[in-house]
Design a protein around this ligand. Structure first.
Ligand SMILES: O=C(O)CCC(=O)C(=O)O
Ligand SMILES: [Fe+2]
Length: 267
């Protein structure tokens, strides 16, 4: 039975670049992204108050009647969500930096950071009613570089391990899932893994989750450091946002490995 590693990114760890604890955490995080394509991060920068405010905001948003939602006219500033996004971006930045350093490709980090843009998506999964499937989100891989996922207290996320086994992820409130997406897999010449994952609803409570995706505005190219005789180049340089457009076309949504079809070498 698989279990995701849980890695401490809390303040008490005092993660300072180049410190011993930073290096150890960097290695742990990178190995987890290689093995499972994700890990649980303990992260305490988002205070419980902000966390609650964000989830209450999400509940209110989903409660707006459909007639009002379709007007798409909210002028309500999403201050809490923006504050949340900034703090979660710190986690994403830390993990990305750790991965680049662990692979010795940190000279590409500045260029990478300049290209990062975020997409944040809030989700509500209501409990299934009788005779309804409990599938909340169909199996998929993320199309971005690094995703940070967070949920209200209700579990439901399942991840497919490299051996094909699905296993569930149990989170405590202050924890997040950090996951590598297709773009990170291609960039790293498949050192990092982009795992299939899905949401299954079992209990009686609604599940709310927030996903923060990092996309790159521009071309992603595998650093030459990942390529040698034993590891031939697997992906051609690709435009990340155009990959998203490709995936969003109906005929491409069910491809087994969209990124390979899109920019795989010899495909
Ligand atoms: O709700 C979740 O935990 C998963 C969401 C997800 O996989 C996605 O938005 O890509
Ligand atoms: Fe996902």
């Amino acid at each position: 039975m698989h279990k995701l590693p849980s890695i401490d990114f809390t303040n008490k760890k005092n993660l300072k670049p180049s410190s011993t604890s930073w290096l150890a955490t960097a290695l742990e995080a990178t190995r987890a992204l290689e093995e499972y394509g994700c890990f649980i991060a303990e992260f305490d920068k988002v205070t419980p108050e902000l966390n609650d405010a964000v989830f209450h905001g999400l509940e209110d948003l989903f409660d707006i009647p459909i007639e009002t939602k379709v007007l798409n006219k909210s002028t309500k500033p999403f201050e809490n969500v923006l504050a949340y996004n900034k703090l979660v971006a710190e986690l994403e930045e830390m993990v990305t930096r750790m991965v680049f350093e662990t692979y010795g490709v940190e000279k590409y980090l500045d260029a990478h950071r300049k290209m990062v843009t975020y997409l944040c998506r809030g989700m509500k999964y209501r409990p299934p009613v009788e005779n309804e499937t409990n599938m909340g989100f169909v199996p998929h891989t993320d199309k971005d570089f690094i995703t940070v996922l967070h949920q209200n207290g209700v579990n439901g996320l399942e991840v497919k391990a490299r051996d094909g086994e699905w296993f569930s992820v149990e989170l405590v409130p202050s924890s997040y899932i950090v996951m590598s997406g297709d773009a990170a897999m291609a960039w790293s010449n498949e050192r990092l893994y982009s795992p299939f994952h899905r949401v299954t609803m079992n209990g009686k409570e609604s599940r709310y989750s927030i996903a923060q995706f990092s996309f790159l505005e521009g071309i992603i190219e595998t650093p030459k450091e990942f390529v040698d005789e034993e590891h031939p180049l697997l992906y051609k340089p690709f435009d990340h946002l155009k990959y998203l457009d490709f995936y969003n076309k109906e005929e491409n949504r069910r491809l087994e490995c969209a990124i390979r079809t899109y920019c795989g070498v010899n495909v």
